[in-house]
Design a protein around this ligand. Structure first.
Ligand code: AMP
Length: 400
């Protein structure tokens, strides 16, 4: 069911409570090191300002476990948002209580207030109805633009909608649903998925859900070694999930039975240690030495993947091809990012499912070269698993 959009609502003169995802990374001096999540919410915030609404923004940051933690204050996010908008952004030292209420009611049309970290209250994560009702009272309309938190049924993402008449999706939420939902329900073909990351266990439901939807799945990252083990290959000291070998075998058999192309690497980079100074070499996946770990896909695999990817009109990517945090093992991940950027320029739709692969694209400087990079790691994973996200389900159904 299509959900109501912020574009469908009259905002003028109204208090709009907006759940944003300002869970940004901070350094030791509490400076924001990556403000993408703030920038991505600007269209929603600007729409409220331009239409003469009063924006009351709320978010979580980190895991303060239900009590105030100075280093997890959202104050730096208010400052950054003010810089991005070239406009004063108010900051309330608590998200509920008399001071927040008073600041909310002092807002004039077009003004913005950011509330302090929701998770300073344990009731937020417990989805406590009384707390949700307090939040709901701050606004006359609720907008959820926090796709990255939509997989959690918390007071600010789900509970609040029970106490407010209209709950709409913000523009970022809509964009995420458009691309991720479009990939699942109406993909352009050929449609190829690239899955990597550490373990099969983290991606099993995604693999199973995508198997019925894609034309090919390319597998890289640490999870490839459990597949190789299931094929009776030697994997040296590479990452192995002993208890998932049978599952890997089952996936291979299923793919075979369906006639689905499930493509595994043909070579990999092995090393004696996960460090920049490690001794490394490229070997065929049939020749992984006993005392070495596989830490990236090799050059022949990159060519193989490139040949599979190039004819595709839609690609979804989740999980790095190797231990990309160490430059020495980042080549495979960066190569995939480069291939996707080239494909995008030729008209393919390329979607990155957040988390580590999004970080890798960013490091490669390709943020603007792909079609869509999700802001929600966990949320996009659950969405791709075919689960219903409570923060989305709770929004008001669109009458159109
Ligand atoms: P995930 O959260 O499951 O997407 O996993 C991301 C992590 O997988 C990253 O931190 C990578 O360093 C790690 N990773 C990727 N390839 C390998 C590998 N071959 N061996 C060990 N870890 C890997």
């Amino acid at each position: 069911m299509k959900k109501m959009s912020i574009a469908d609502i009259s905002l003028k003169g109204k208090r709009i409570l907006v759940r944003v995802d300002f869970n940004v990374p901070l350094d030791k001096e509490c400076k924001i090191t990556d403000d993408r999540r703030i920038k991505e919410t600007l269209p929603t915030i600007k729409k409220i300002m331009d239409d003469g609404g009063r924006a009351i923004l709320c978010s979580h940051l980190g895991r303060p476990k239900g009590k105030p933690v100075l280093e997890m204050s959202l104050k730096p996010a208010a400052t950054r948002l003010g810089e991005l908008l070239s406009k004063k952004v108010g900051f309330a030292p608590d998200c509920v209580g008399p001071e927040a209420v008073q600041m909310v009611h002092a807002l004039k049309d077009g003004e913005i207030l950011l509330l302090e970290n929701l998770r300073f209250h344990p009731e937020e994560e417990k989805n406590d109805p009384a707390f949700a009702a307090q939040l709901a009272k701050l606004g006359e309309v609720y907008v959820n633009d926090a796709f990255g938190s939509a997989h959690r049924a918390h007071a600010s993402t789900e509970g609040v909608t029970k106490f407010i008449k209209t709950s709409a999706a913000g523009f970022l939420m809509e964009k995420e649903l458009k691309y991720l939902g479009g990939a699942l329900h109406d993909p352009k073909r050929p449609f190829v998925a690239i899955l990597g990351g550490a373990k099969i266990s983290g991606k099993i439901d995604v693999i199973q859900n995508l198997m019925d939807k894609v034309d090919a799945i390319l597998i890289g990252g640490g999870m490839m070694f459990t597949f190789f083990k299931a094929m009776n290959k030697k994997i040296g000291k590479s990452l192995l999930e002993e208890d998932k070998i049978d599952l890997a075998r089952q996936i291979l058999n299923n793919a075979n039975a369906k006639g689905l192309k499930l493509i595994l690497p043909v070579d990999c980079v092995v090393a004696d240690d996960v460090s920049e100074t490690a001794h490394s070499s490229v070997v065929s996946i049939d020749d992984i030495p006993d005392n070495m770990k596989g830490l990236d896909v090799g050059p022949e695999t990159i060519t193989l993947f490139q040949n599979e990817l190039e004819p595709a009109r839609m690609v979804i990517w989740n999980g790095p091809m190797g231990v990309f945090e160490v430059e020495k093992f980042a080549r495979g991940t960066y190569a995939v990012a480069d291939i996707l950027a080239r494909m995008t320029s030729k008209g393919a739709t390329t979607i990155v499912g957040g988390g580590d692969s999004a970080a890798a694209v960013s490091r490669r400087g390709l943020d603007n070269k792909l079609t869509h990079i999700s802001t929600g790691g966990g949320a996009s994973l659950e969405f791709l698993e075919g689960k219903i996200l409570p923060g989305v389900a709770a929004l008001t159904d669109s009458p159109n």
